[in-house]
Write a protein that binds this ligand. Structure first.
Ligand SMILES: [Zn+2]
Ligand SMILES: [Zn+2]
Length: 330
């Protein structure tokens, strides 16, 4: 059983996050903050805001990662010496893996091998479950990461726009030259644009996660509830589609067996179909004949021709008269 995100086994995504924070901070300092150093009026407040939000994000991420979101009944059971016998009751359910009664709103996580109270999801980036105990820290971390990366994006946009608008007279170009050497700053701006694209993709992904959780809060449900709801709705849609298809096939089969003509619904009402095709049901259904458009070659399944011999011509004539009558309102 894993206690928190720092318990073994660690995972690759979690280790990646340890490098991403310094990467985003050092990248911003080298590519934006230092070249914009003479413009302290907006560069300094932006830099301080980024640093503070990034450090607070790291703190909340660390808290979310190291808190243990275990189910309190399971925790109590594990800590009891000698181990107490688990008793069920209202608001409880039995976990067959943990072999104890846990809270009704807990779920067993197979990665952490324990029941998590008010389970939201297992976060691969933090390598721990997110539940009632650490959801607040998790959400703060996501919000702050979104904020600081977005602010970085603003800083990068200012630098890149100024670089190209101000041209060779730009104070940024002379600052870059004194910082990193070179003559035209081509290497600098190429690296900056590549970094900007990576940052833009990162901000987009984090924004999706942030707004997803904002929406969950608005709906008052957890990620787990949302996934289950989506899966059930998908299943329902698939079942409905399958039932509809089955019903249509059965109806078609019955009509064929009964020797009835198959006409599409609009046609059955004596309406134009496809602009030119007509199929009109005339009088007594037992004597009903169909009209098949002569040039229709692809609708054989839907429009079965049950006419025989000269009846077709007669029916066509009658159908044409009926449609004409409807058109002229007679
Ligand atoms: Zn369990
Ligand atoms: Zn977990």
């Amino acid at each position: 059983m894993r206690e928190n995100g720092m318990s073994s086994p660690l995972n690759g995504l979690q280790i990646l996050t340890w490098f991403l924070f310094p990467y985003f901070l050092i990248g911003y300092i080298c590519l934006v903050f230092l070249p914009l150093l003479p413009n302290l009026s907006y560069n300094l407040p932006l830099g301080i805001a980024i640093l503070l939000t990034a450090l607070t994000a790291v703190y909340n991420g660390y808290r979310a990662c190291t808190l243990n979101p275990i189910d309190p009944l399971l925790k109590e059971n594990l800590e009891a010496v000698p181990q107490i016998r688990s008793v069920g009751g209202a608001g409880k359910k039995f976990c067959w893996v943990c072999q104890v009664h846990v809270s009704d709103n807990s779920q067993h996580c197979r990665f952490c091998d324990k029941c998590v109270h008010e389970f939201d999801h297992h976060c691969a980036w933090l390598n721990t479950c997110v539940g009632s105990k650490n959801y607040k820290q998790f959400f703060k971390c996501v919000t702050l990461v979104f904020t600081f990366t977005f602010l970085e994006l603003v800083g990068f946009t200012i630098l890149i726009v100024r670089w190209f608008i101000e041209g060779t007279d730009s104070s940024i170009r002379s600052e870059v030259k004194s910082l990193y050497g070179g003559t035209d700053g081509l290497t600098f701006i190429t690296i900056t644009i590549v970094y900007y694209v990576i940052l833009f993709v990162t901000v987009t992904m984090i924004a999706q996660l942030f707004f997803f959780h904002v929406n969950l809060k608005r709906l008052g449900i957890s990620t787990y509830d949302y996934i289950i709801k989506e899966a059930r709705e998908n299943q329902k849609r698939q079942r409905e589609r399958a039932e509809k298809g089955k019903k249509m096939r059965e109806e078609k089969k019955l009509r064929i067996e009964a020797g009835q003509t198959l006409v599409c619904e609009p046609c059955a009402g004596g309406m134009w179909f496809g602009g030119s095709q007509i199929a009109v049901s005339l009088g007594d259904p037992s004597k009903m004949s169909s009209v098949r458009q002569e040039d229709s070659e692809n609708d054989e399944e839907d429009h079965v021709d049950s006419n025989k011999g000269g009846e077709e011509e007669e029916t066509l004539e009658m159908a044409a008269i009926t449609v004409k009558e409807k058109e002229t309102g007679l």
